[in-house]
Design a protein around this ligand. Structure first.
Ligand code: C2E
Ligand code: MG
Ligand code: MG
Ligand code: MG
Length: 297
């Protein structure tokens, strides 16, 4: 920001420097600062993935994990995604970062799945910006070849906003990914337009109930009804379901009562590094004692 301020100051005379620098709001300064260090982050090896288990409560076993990006800025400060994803999207960095996420998650999926009877699916969040970059399908194909990952082990999470403008390019990309064997999941379902037509027009195999509705189950009757409606809709359209943000045993039991068997949330596990994921663990004891888990790091 100092460049802009200096430029303005030079045009206006030196004494105006202070005035113009305080003109830029704190959030603008933070955005510019983050954008600048994001450009170095990939080369400096500052990104890592944490994984959060997805549990099938009926089978009492882990069926998948969601990959969640973590940024260890300058190797000393953890920045949560909410503070850098949208900046990475606006600046275009997300395309390169997204490729790193795909590559790393594919490699980890290979590690988890070699010699396994029941596959562990790895869910990867995709930004709409990665689709607009028109080689997404080609780069995914290349990364699959490079890692030897089976697309059937991968769930690609998209949001409704991607489907809103119904472009032929996006429809074709999703169709090609589906044909290649990837599962497509609609993340944060219920927070956008949630048009039923999306679910038929696009090859979506799974719906993720947004955590805001899951967390309202005990306290908010509208949220309870919405959760029921989403579950019955998903069933009649033959879509798989995951509930995210499950924090209490009451929420998990409610979901199970409506036959939503796959859950993800702090009640079971926070997102953790690859080495800390235990594929043999049992989970349903969390439904008995309502152990509380401290908020994310
Ligand atoms: P999301 O995909 O909806 O991921 C779920 C978020 O909820 C994660 O936050 C997760 O840590 C958090 N969460 C999980 N269980 C609970 C719970 O029981 N209670 C509460 N309160 N929260 C829970 P996180 O890791 O901070 O990520 C935030 C968002 O950033 C993600 O939302 C996703 O939209 C985005 N994101 C994360 N990694 C990536 C990535 O690799 N690429 C892209 N494009 N976006 C990403
Ligand atoms: Mg997600
Ligand atoms: Mg979500
Ligand atoms: Mg979300």
């Amino acid at each position: 920001y100092s460049d802009i301020a200096m430029y303005k100051a030079k045009r206006q005379g030196r004494n105006n420097y202070q005035f113009y620098s305080s003109d830029l709001s704190q959030t603008t300064i933070e955005r510019i600062d983050i954008e600048r260090s994001l450009r170095r982050a990939l080369k400096n090896d500052e990104f890592l993935l944490h994984y959060q288990p997805q549990i099938n409560l009926e089978a009492d076993r882990i069926v998948g994990v969601e990959a969640l990006l973590r940024w260890n800025r300058n190797h000393c400060e953890m920045i949560p995604p909410d503070r850098f994803i949208s900046i990475a999207e606006d600046s275009g960095c997300i395309v390169e970062m997204g490729e790193w996420v795909l590559l790393t998650a594919f490699k980890d999926a290979v590690q988890w799945n070699s010699g396994r009877e029941h596959p562990i699916t790895v869910a990867i969040n995709l930004s709409s910006r990665q689709f607009i970059h028109n080689n997404l399908f080609a780069s995914i194909k290349r990364l699959i070849k490079k890692t030897g990952c089976n697309p059937a082990w991968i769930t690609l999470e998209i949001t409704e906003s991607l489907l809103l403008n119904d472009s032929a390019h996006i429809r074709n990309t999703l169709k090609n990914l589906d044909k290649m064997g990837f599962r497509i999941s609609l993340d944060d379902f219920g927070t956008g337009y949630s048009a039923l037509s999306y679910l038929n027009k696009f090859p979506v195999s799974e719906i993720k109930i947004d955590q805001s509705f899951v967390q309202g189950i005990a306290s908010n009757n509208d949220h309870r009804l919405l959760v029921q409606a989403i579950i019955s809709m998903a069933k009649s359209l033959n879509k798989e379901l995951v509930a995210e943000g499950v924090e209490t045993a009451a929420q998990a039991k409610y979901l199970l009562g409506y036959d939503c068997k796959v859950v993800q949330g702090y009640l079971f596990s926070k997102p953790k590094p690859f080495d800390d994921i235990d594929l043999q663990a049992a989970w349903t004891s969390a439904l008995q004692e309502n152990k509380s888990i401290s908020p994310k790091q």
